[in-house]
Design a protein around this ligand. Sequence first.
Ligand code: NAD
Length: 509
Amino acid sequence: MTSKELKALGIESENLGTSTGNKWFAKGELIDSYSPTNGKLIAKVKCTTKKEYDKVIEEAEKAKLIWRDIPAPKRGEIVRQLGEKLRELKPVLGKLVSYEMGKSYQEGLGEVQEMIDICDFAVGLSRQLYGNTIHSERPGHRMYDQYHPLGIVGIITAFNFPVAVWSWNAALALVCGDVVVWKPSEKTPLCAVACQNIIAEILKSNKLPEGISSVVTGDAEVGKWIAEDDRIPLVSATGSTRMGKAVAGVVAQRLGKSLLELGGNNAIIVSPSADLKMTIIGAVFGAVGTAGQRCTSTRRLIIHESIYDKVKKSLVDAYKQIKIGDPLDSKNHMGPLIDTAAVDMYLSAIDKIKAEGGKLLTKGEVLQGSGYESGCYVTPVIAEVENHYEIVQHETFAPILYLIKYKGEVDEAIALQNGVRQGLSSAIMTNSLREAELFLSQNGSDCGIANVNIGTSGAEIGGAFGGEKDTGGGRESGSDAWKIYMRRQTNTINYTTSLPLAQGIKFDL
Ligand code: NAD
């Protein structure tokens, strides 16, 4: 990525990582952002100090009073402009996502497309923040409920979707009348600098107050300031289950609201009637796409014994075709892991698989030599395991695909699929209507996302996104996910001259 391209996104060699609107300032320590694609330093970002954080929140407090008074469709217009700017900058922003995070350029572009899609969705939503009208039991009374802005929404994000997750939250929060303060992952701070530059320019050209959108940078410590801050009624946190439990505990102590989007351990059930061509493509994309670093990555394949050997052979053959290398080169299918710490986790997971009795069908190794200088490129692994292995029960954020056999009816496969702590995404490949409907029923998948004849990854903006159990229970993006960004108020209006009480209670003076 050239310095001219970085400049187009407002990124200099040294960036200030605290911003309200388009005013950048920061005095904290420097974070170096290296590209996992080639190990080169892209740029540096200064972290936010506590004093600067407090200034950001003060600005956000001022801005919220103005922003919430602007009619929702007019707020939608600002989000429409954001979507338009993202359309214009899609190639270069997609490239930064790919370069800083390591996913393929196609997936980088896809991530920016998701930002555009959520902006479009939010613009429509800005005219549809509906409440209900309710029939009162009292004569001459009218009831309804309505939704008001919450105030400041804190957004803590993970490295693997360094721009989309912010936009899922920000686009909805903004049309709902909230202002946003974003703490991006310390592993991908430049993506946040780029996004803030884009939205800040729009706010400035519309003469809107800085503080409607802010960024604070740093590690978990800065995230903790957000979690503890009772000026922030809603904290939306995306990341590991460990992080989610920590944030949820702190936010709950002050009776704030949390929206948690945490780890997954996603499975595809492959039934005897599955279309095997579709199954292999769906499983391979799900397992190696983004080098297995999507929350919805396919981690487990639960395969019926009657087709197990065939599926296994096809997968091993398919893995031989996977080209690993620079994600900006379109001939490669899989790029690097985010950093060498992630490589260590991958290697330690492989050791654990072997120690627990699992069998590796492909060799798991770190690639070396020309093109692999960053030390972050690894080979994708297929392993035969049992669902109860401790390592299988955990989410390893790497391209490791577990094969698990089931023998009986689909109920057995569903029990295996549900037999983990996480509950994000799930799928069944089947041509049996009976199996598909059971999988989608109350006795089926316990995940927030359950698919038939498509894989576990690649959700669309229109649906609510999130999962149950250790995935945290939050929902973002489409459907009625917007409701968490607002406070609900029930209103009763009496247009008579008497004062009847509810439940027929008599009270005369
Ligand atoms: P992580 O938990 O290490 O970090 C996520 C963010 O939380 C970072 O910004 C980090 O600085 C911050 N953080 C960490 N500890 C904190 C604390 N105690 N208080 C406040 N903030 C804290 O996660 P990661 O490695 O960046 O991302 C990978 C994880 O994210 C995986 O588990 C993946 O499944 C999950 N994820 C989930 C979704 C989803 O929608 N369910 C989406 C993307 C990623």
